[in-house]
Design a binder for this molecule. Structure first.
Ligand SMILES: Nc1ncnc2c1ncn2[C@@H]1O[C@H](COP(=O)(O)OP(=O)(O)OP(=O)(O)O)[C@@H](O)[C@H]1O
Ligand SMILES: [Mg+2]
Length: 237
């Protein structure tokens, strides 16, 4: 569905991605693991058009999309849920969701639509809180809202940057279960996570990024048993 081919990204003199080739199969959950500063967020931002590559290419269903504006990629249903739950805290939960829909469809007059019902079904708490300002939600609820807002755009490829960051274990479990459900309903997922073991449990395939290079890749169930990975990322969990 989407692949990067020898992707290179620089911030001035810093080479954040040196030579990154990944392949995301339609219908899969693909995980990117790696330490802080490895280049994970940079990879996601480059795929969703927020950063222009300095070299290499990105193909979405065989069309080159490297450097294409993010709003055009949104219309191709490549949807990025950024790191750190960037919701609008003064807008209500409902308004936040409508912004997600507005990003792909400018006529939101039929607001009470199937997508909204679907999102409320996945995240019942958001329905209960729909008229409250987003800023009053708990951290976990805000993360659900950020994911839900992405879903309002009906993604083909949902890109998630650290959805579990700073959340309590029970909520993390809920979020991972929801991601699996979403994937089973046909959404392809690309996920970056520090929470490596839990991510490998839901993922099909994973890449390990280290200072701008892929140092390891494989089916998630194989990587889960990899001694080097257990030492570096999985052991402490
Ligand atoms: N806007 C920027 N300007 C300059 N350097 C940047 C910028 N954004 C990221 N970097 C650098 O690029 C490298 C990769 O950063 P990136 O945010 O992609 O890492 P990450 O793997 O997502 O890390 P984390 O786990 O901490 O989120 C780091 O060395 C970082 O300092
Ligand atoms: Mg990051």
């Amino acid at each position: 569905m989407l692949r990067t081919d020898h992707l290179k990204v620089t911030y001035g003199v810093i080479e954040a991605l040196k030579d990154v080739s990944i392949d995301i199969k339609k219908g899969s959950i693909t995980a990117i693991l790696g330490a802080n500063g490895a280049g994970k967020s940079t990879l996601l931002k480059t795929i969703s058009g927020l950063i222009k590559p300095a070299g290499g290419q990105i193909y979405f269903e065989d069309t080159p999309i490297g450097g294409v504006a993010p709003e055009k990629l949104t219309k191709k249903r490549i949807i990025h849920v950024p790191e750190g739950r960037k919701i609008f805290s003064d807008l209500t939960v409902y308004e936040n969701l409508m912004i997600g829909q507005f990003s792909v469809k400018h006529d939101t007059s039929k607001a009470s639509n199937d997508t909204l019902d679907y999102v409320y079904e996945l995240f019942p708490i958001l329905k209960e809180r729909s008229s409250q300002p987003g800023g009053l939600l708990s951290g976990g609820e805000q993360q659900m809202l950020a994911i839900a807002r992405g879903l309002m755009a009906r993604p083909e490829l949902l890109i998630l940057d650290e959805p579990s960051l700073g959340l309590a274990p029970l909520i993390i479990k809920d979020i991972f279960t929801t991601l699996k459900t979403l994937n089973e309903s046909g959404v392809t997922i690309l996920i970056v996570e520090q929470n490596a073991l839990q991510t490998l449990k839901i993922a099909d395939y994973a890449y390990v990024l280290q200072v701008g290079n892929i140092i390891k890749e494989g089916p998630a169930d194989v990587l889960m048993k990899d001694p080097e990975l257990i030492d570096a990322y999985l052991g402490k969990q």
